[in-house]
Each structure stands twice: as structure tokens, then as C-alpha cells.
Design a protein around this ligand. Structure first.
Ligand SMILES: C[S@@+](CC[C@H](N)C(=O)[O-])C[C@H]1O[C@@H](n2cnc3c(N)ncnc32)[C@H](O)[C@@H]1O
Length: 365
């Protein structure tokens, strides 16, 4: 394998466990929904050669540049898309990339984003309070910190940061407004709850809460898990690595629910939901990094991996996919022409545009 390394690079977490859980096979088709520095993606591509294909998605345009560099060797079998994974299903339909053998989400941030790249994700580096994964998002952390009422801010810090001292922190933040930098925010938090360093820095939970709020992390995770399930082929694998308990709870509940036949409340005498299991749990217990890995890569310490396998045929889902059919341009008579796409199966050119000749004034066949 000759993967071009870029420095500083992100060390993929639970790499061996991820590749095993995905059951990566030669010729397989995979999605890395959080391609980041391309570490996991490179290993997936290496294992799926010959014939493997990878769709890599990241909301951060900088991450896509790094991944492109790192995965250069596999450029013929890789498609990198700078998009939020909440649009996964639409992306896969657009590129005709389904069903797939495996989907990976390695949530959170990469070392490249945390290592003080001026985006305000970390309290360890002074930077403008931004925290957006993509510059196309409208709301920054500074917008939230400086505009929302104190009670709402306290609730946000409590809910998304699981911070028990949220009221005190929110009170001090409001007193210090306007707050425009990570350093100023950290100082306000320290004024509120002290500088005592326990196991974690006093600003950790508030920064987590803001990042979750700015990037809609929990809502988007819930939404994408459902989409991911519908894109898996029979025996396709879904693997998720999360880094805090709020994310892990969503992943755990989703996988457990989809692995059950009936999801009626226990008080129901008979099943009315008609829910059928579509997943089998691969990881009965959550997988965490070994002490050796944590020592080598301290950022891995909070990682939790869960994996499941699709046990149903995906036909229902595919039937519900709308074939992309649309109208394009105009014909010689000035009427718009309806168009459809035909699956070619190739990767660099996955589909062919078919233009229909209009047979009536509306341009319909
Ligand atoms: C932990 S890093 C992934 C690292 C990657 N597995 C590797 O080995 O290099 C997480 C990545 O997910 C991206 N990300 C987080 N939430 C996202 C979302 N909703 N949509 C798309 N990308 C997201 C981040 O921008 C970041 O690059």
C-alpha cells in the first residue's frame, strides 16, 4: 500500500476493529460518512482492492482536501463529496451509490480540526468562536453565546454538555458579553466554576455543548442512521464510532430498536407496531480502545464503537427511492425536455443521462 501521508495527520481510532466490524471485502462498495483525514477510508480501500469503491463525505472542505491527498493512490475508486452527512440518502441517489456493503461514521472532530486551526473548536487554542464544520453554515458559536437568553443558554449547556453547573456558567457568560474568542469564553467559564483542573478542564463540557448546537450533531446523527440503514444491502454493515454519551445513546438505541421485531411499549398486551427487525447486532457490548491504543493516541480514550448487520433484503427501500427524473435545457422548439438516468454501474461515470423527445406541448412523453 502506498498511501501519501500529509502532516500533521489524524490517527484513525479503533482502525483494526472498524475494518473487522465492516467485514471489508474485495470489490465491496463502502461509504465513509465522516472521511476526515482519510485514515479509515485508506484502510477500507486497501482491503477492498481489487474492485472496491468508496464514497467519502465530509462537511468540512478542508477535510476533503486532506482526504483527497491521502487517498490519491485510490483516486479511480474514490468519490469525495463535501456535504453534510444528513444528506446521505440524496447524495447516494444522485451518484447511484447503493446498495452498499458497509457504512462508517467516525463522529466528532479530527485532530486537524482540534489542533488550533483557527476554527474555535478547542479551548486549548485562542481563536474566534466559530465551531462550524462548514463555512456555508450560518450560525456560529459566537452567535449563540452572544444572543440567546441566559435561561436558554443554561439549558443548552446542561442538555448538550451534561454540565451540572450550567446556570452559573450561563450567568457569567451573559455578564461577560460580548464574547468573541475561545480564550474569553474559557476565562468566563473559569470565573464561574473555577480553574481547578480535575480529570477534565472546566470548559470541556460547555465547548462540547456549543459544538453540538452549532452543528446540529444529535439531530443529524438520528436522521442519518435511518438513511444509512436504507442504503445497506443484505448483510451490509453499519459501524459507528462515537465520542460522548449523548451520541452513543442515540446509536445504541437505534441499533437495539432495529434489531427487535416489536417495539411496542411493554404495557401493550399485543403487538400493534408490526415492526420487523432489520439489523443484527455485531457488537453485543460496546467496543472501546485498548490501553495501548489510548496511550499511543490519547484522543481515542472516549471512543465507543458499535456495529450491526442488515438482515433483510433491501428491496422495499429501493422501490421507494425516486429515480432521478427531471427536465433539462430546452429542445429546438423551445420546450423543456424531460430526462432520466440509466445506471451504468461504473464508478467514474455511474450513470448516463437520457433525454426524451417531448410528444406534447408540455414536453411529456
Ligand atoms: C473523527 S473525524 C474522522 C476521521 C477519519 N475517520 C479518519 O480516519 O481520518 C470526524 C470527521 O467527521 C466530519 N463530520 C462531523 N459531522 C459531520 C456531518 N454531520 N457531516 C459530514 N461530516 C461530518 C468532521 O468534519 C470530521 O472531519
Amino acid at each position: 500500500m502506498s498511501i501519501k501521508m500529509t502532516a500533521p495527520s489524524h490517527t484513525p481510532v479503533l482502525l483494526k476493529e472498524t475494518i473487522e466490524a465492516l467485514a471489508v471485502q474485495a470489490g465491496g462498495r463502502y461509504i465513509d460518512g465522516t472521511v476526515g483525514g482519510g485514515g479509515h477510508a485508506a484502510a477500507i480501500l486497501e482491503r477492498s482492492t481489487p474492485g472496491g469503491q468508496l464514497l467519502g463525505i465530509d462537511a468540512d472542505p478542508e477535510a476533503i482536501k486532506v482526504a483527497k491527498d491521502r487517498l490519491e493512490t485510490y483516486s479511480d475508486s474514490t468519490l469525495l463529496i463535501n456535504e453534510n452527512f444528513v444528506n446521505l440518502r440524496a447524495i447516494c441517489i444522485k451518484y447511484n451509490f447503493f446498495p452498499v456493503h458497509g457504512i462508517l461514521f467516525d463522529l466528532g472532530l479530527s485532530s486537524l480540526q482540534l489542533n488550533g486551526n483557527g476554527r474555535g473548536f478547542s479551548f486549548q487554542h485562542d481563536a474566534p468562536l466559530d465551531m462550524r464544520l462548514s463555512p456555508s453554515q450560518e450560525v456560529t458559536a459566537a452567535d449563540i453565546i452572544n444572543t440567546i437568553p441566559e435561561t436558554k443558554l443554561a439549558r443548552l449547556i446542561k442538555t448538550y454538555g451534561e454540565e451540572s453547573r450550567s446556570h452559573k456558567i450561563a450567568h457569567y457568560i451573559v455578564k461577560e458579553r460580548p464574547i468573541k474568542t475561545t480564550l474569553h469564553l474559557t476565562q468566563a467559564i473559569e470565573k464561574a466554576i473555577g480553574t481547578k483542573r480535575g480529570r477534565i478542564h472546566p470548559a470541556t463540557k460547555t465547548f462540547q455543548a456549543l459544538r453540538i448546537a452549532v452543528n446540529h450533531e444529535l439531530e443529524y446523527l438520528e436522521a442519518v442512521l435511518k438513511q444509512a440503514l436504507s442504503l445497506l444491502g443484505f448483510e451490509g454493515r453499519l459501524v459507528v464510532i462515537s465520542y460522548h454519551s449523548l451520541e452513543d445513546r442515540i446509536v445504541k438505541q437505534f441499533m437495539q430498536q432495529e434489531a427487535r421485531d416489536c417495539i411496542c411499549p411493554p404495557s401493550m398486551p399485543t403487538c400493534v407496531c408490526r415492526h420487523k427487525a432489520s439489523l443484527r447486532l455485531i457488537t453485543k457490548k460496546v467496543v472501546t480502545p485498548s490501553p495501548d491504543e489510548v496511550q499511543l493516541n490519547p484522543r481515542s480514550r472516549s471512543a465507543k464503537l458499535r456495529a450491526a448487520e442488515r438482515i433483510t433484503a433491501p428491496d422495499q427501500q429501493y422501490n421507494t427511492f425516486k429515480k432521478p427524473s427531471f427536465s433539462v435545457g430546452t429542445n429546438a422548439q423551445g420546450w423543456r425536455r424531460s430526462a432520466s438516468v440509466e445506471k451504468l454501474g461504473g464508478f467514474s461515470r455511474p450513470y448516463r443521462l437520457i433525454l426524451f423527445e417531448p410528444t406534447n406541448r408540455r414536453g411529456k412523453m
